[in-house]
Design a protein around this ligand. Sequence first.
Ligand code: HEC
Ligand code: HEC
Length: 240
Amino acid sequence: MSTRRIKSLVAIALLAAMLLSGCDSLPGRPTQADLPLRPSDVTDFAALYGQNCAGCHGADGKFAAALAMNNPVYLAIVDDASMRRVIADGVMGTAMPPFAQSAGGSLTDRQIDILIAGMRKTWAGAPDAGAGAPSYSSSTPGDSDRGTQVYAAKCQSCHGPEGKGGSAAGSVVDPFYLSLVSNQYLRTIVIAGRPELGQPDWKNDVAGQPLTPDQVSDVVAWLASKRPPVSGAGSIAQSH
Ligand code: HEC
Ligand code: HEC
């Protein structure tokens, strides 16, 4: 097991402990009176989301460390299969843990389906929220040199020269940040925005000039090019 994997397991364990200790006050948490309802028998969306996801993704779109799940553009562009893959298997090297029992997590496949359906039912925005948006994923890698131009035209006004932070927003080239998120997640954020933080979606970086699909891929490639190489014992395991 690589050092990096161990580090991320430690981070997950710490976060999980925090989440569990915070759960007592959540409305959906089963009480003694609910026993013998086993955890795998919980089928209520609010309880499942509150216990397993809200600590990182926010309850009802409130500020949280990771993308709020009530983002209407996100819910419009992402398909169920992509969500299921991430929730079931987690994202290696990031704080997103695997939840499927088959991957060592605590949720049944049915509970994961309930979560996906519940997020869509509870939080989907207007039917046209993602109209004209670049696709959720892309099989063609972007070009980081072209991404430099996209950054200067669309992002620099807030994130400052070279991404190091400006008056309106912080650094997007912070090595700790970039080493903890995947390229898909960066793509998700560039397209869907984080309205709760002030990060615009693909249409609103510059008014009236939505990003094209190529510009999204190129600026994500530029961000990825700023990610520090993994050093130490983990580098061999991480290099492919
Ligand atoms: C109108 C100002 C504005 C523009 C334009 C803008 N951003 Fe942001 N962005 C923000 C704010 C505000 C945040 C919240 C965090 C912070 O203050 O840095 C943010 C956060 C981010 C994050 C981190 C999100 C997270 O929570 O993980 C990334 C990555 C990012 N922006 C990339 C970009 C890219 C790439 C562009 C250009 C395509 C861009 N931003 C354009 C304001 C902006
Ligand atoms: C310990 C923190 C944590 C917990 C708990 C957590 N997540 Fe995540 N989640 C993350 C992070 C960090 C990412 C970004 C991963 C990446 O970089 O690709 C993420 C990514 C995701 C994505 C993919 C976003 C995209 O770009 O498409 C989905 C969907 C998701 N989480 C759903 C859930 C659900 C549902 C739960 C509860 C069952 C949950 N998460 C619990 C931290 C967490």
